[in-house]
Design a protein around this ligand. Structure first.
Ligand code: CP
Length: 304
């Protein structure tokens, strides 16, 4: 099998065989990610990280991944202290980073930013989240978590809960789940349902889904509950956020006698209570670790 994508922009650019290639390669990377083996595959190579929005996991797991491969990292994690503050535009900043680094990882609040930059620079570009658009590397680590935990990602039933309107992780994830014939239960307040154009896409590809609003009534027969944070920062009107805030909170008692796995891209605010953390169902911290082997696999595949 080979992997021919030059940039990682949207999960919709992936064929099922591309996804499987990265998941298999991530498995080979795990001993290096756990520091059980040393790797020099990317000695002398530099990753340029450009984060215009806050991040803990994505940025630090990319940095970890590049360093575990033997490479190094340059870049910024906020606009402060860069010439963006003097008015430099994204296009110019990306041109400059592309002169220094062998690949760029970009997080930006504008949907389409990574695609735009990938067409303008001569190094591979990875989308680390573009507004409410896509977060393809999160999707790959989500699938990897399911495969490592459930052994199989074909024909699973998954409840996706919370902010389905603004959550870019779920906008990416559903397309990948459809490749593996998942049945999806969308659970959200009416105001935060999955965008109609994505539902139409899912219908076109015969993905089985249903739309619900109650968490308690709809998780008893699923393999995975995927919780998400309400994306406060994307609401044009703060009053609208206050109306939907705190509507879903998964508690330990909701999982009694259940072997459903609980995932969350994190950060969490109040959607999973801390008493879930100690249960075997809780997979979200392990999920964050799996970001390292997945991002190692991606960097290994696109940095020549
Ligand atoms: N899951 C995720 O994207 O987390 P960060 O915002 O911390 O990178």
């Amino acid at each position: 099998m080979s992997f021919n994508l030059e940039n990682i922009i949207s999960i919709r650019d992936f064929k099922k065989s591309d996804v499987e290639y990265i998941l298999d390669l991530a498995e080979d990377m795990e001993p290096i990610a756990k520091s059980e083996k040393v790797c020099h595959k990317k000695d002398g190579k530099l990753l340029g990280v450009m984060f215009y929005e806050p991040s803990t996991r994505t940025r630090l797991s990319f940095e970890t991944a590049m360093k575990r491969l033997g490479g190094d990292v340059i870049g910024f994690n906020q606009k402060q202290g860069t010439s963006i503050q003097k008015g430099e535009v994204l296009y110019d900043t990306a041109q400059i980073i592309s002169q220094y680094a062998d690949a760029i990882v970009l997080r930006h609040d504008m949907e389409g930013a990574a695609r735009f930059i990938s067409n303008k620079v001569d190094v591979p570009v990875i989308n680390a989240g573009d507004g409410a658009g896509q977060h393809p590397t999160q999707t790959l680590l989500d699938l990897y978590t399911m495969r490592r935990t459930l052994d199989n990602i074909n024909n699973i039933k998954i409840a996706i809960v919370g902010d389905l309107k603004y959550g870019r992780t779920v906008h990416s994830l559903v397309y990948a789940l459809a490749m593996f014939n998942a049945e999806i239960v969308f659970i959200s307040p009416n105001e935060l349902q999955m965008p109609p154009e994505i539902l139409k896409d899912l219908e076109k590809i015969n993905c089985k889904f249903s739309i619900k609003s109650s968490l308690a009534d709809n998780i008893s027969d699923v393999d995975v509950v995927y919780m998400t944070r309400i994306q406060k920062e994307r609401f044009p009107d703060p009053q609208e956020y206050l109306k939907v805030k705190g509507q879903y909170a998964l508690k330990g008692k909701d999982l009694e006698n259940s072997d459903v796995i609980v995932m969350h891209p994190l950060p969490r605010v109040d959607e999973i209570s801390f008493d879930v953390d100690k249960l075997d169902n809780a997979m979200y911290f392990k999920q964050a670790f799996y970001g390292v082997p997945i991002r190692m696999a991606l960097l290994d595949s696109i940095i020549k």
